[in-house]
Design a protein around this ligand. Sequence first.
Ligand SMILES: [Zn+2]
Length: 96
Amino acid sequence: MKIVKEINSYCPKCNKHTPHTVKLYAKGAMRGTDIGNRRRARKLKGYVGKVKGQASVKKLAKKQKILLTCKVCKYTLERVVGSRTKKRLEFNMETA
Ligand SMILES: [Zn+2]
């Protein structure tokens, strides 16, 4: 999926449409020893009955996210582009 490097979009801080720079969203590495991860592992281990939090349906693809940074006030917001897709986002080099 191709996107452009600059978008004219609404900025909630400036309260109007301003030019935004587009950056691809990259999720950071997860720590296995986080309290949330430990609690989840304990819950999934289970003891009796239904195991809470275990997904019965596996989602086939991730939603693609971009980061928009306002050029006027440098405020950054996330945006989901399109729906679930296996295709990676990339910049359209022809127009940029
Ligand atoms: Zn702004």
